[in-house]
Design a protein around this ligand. Structure first.
Ligand SMILES: [Mg+2]
Length: 149
């Protein structure tokens, strides 16, 4: 069975790389640095799961989600909203918008893995090594760029 594919969309390079490192041993990872790129990649590659930063340039995560969920070709792809702005009601708003899950940043590696596993099933064994959590957490930035409405 080929690896399930996860698209990580985040305009913060540190956050993107952190998530990629956590997931890459168990899943095939695609990355996008802004919303339009995320939308195009999702349409072309049909990943099994998309982790969408809500605050991104060009198209924000809300708009990417709206477009993916309104297209029958991509509506079935699970979308997880990721945001550093844990504002009251964000989770409810995300789920009402069509997101399938919500993950507040910053998150620990095991929280991200548990989130992905909840959609894709157990992670594949990471090549027999025990270094699957070997992520430099100092690189996890709690980005505070402005949240577009
Ligand atoms: Mg962002």
């Amino acid at each position: 069975m080929s690896a399930r594919r996860v698209l990580i969309a985040d305009d913060n390079e540190h956050n993107r790389e952190y998530a990629r490192q956590v997931l890459v041993d168990a899943w095939a990872v695609l990355v996008a640095g802004e919303g339009q790129e995320a939308l195009e990649l999702a349409r072309r590659e049909r990943p099994d799961l998309v982790l969408l930063d809500l605050s991104m340039p060009v198209l924000n995560g809300w708009e990417v989600a709206r477009q993916l969920k309104s297209d029958p070709a991509t509506a079935g792809i699970p979308l997880v909203a990721c945001t550093a702005h844990a504002m009251a009601g964000d989770r409810e708003r995300a789920l009402a918008t069509g997101f399938d899950g919500y993950l507040a940043k910053p998150y620990r590696p095991h929280e991200l893995v548990a989130c992905v596993e909840s959609f894709l099933g157990p992670a594949a064994p990471a090549g027999g090594g025990d270094d699957e959590w070997a992520v430099d957490e100092s690189r996890l930035h709690d980005s505070r760029e402005g949240e577009a409405p």
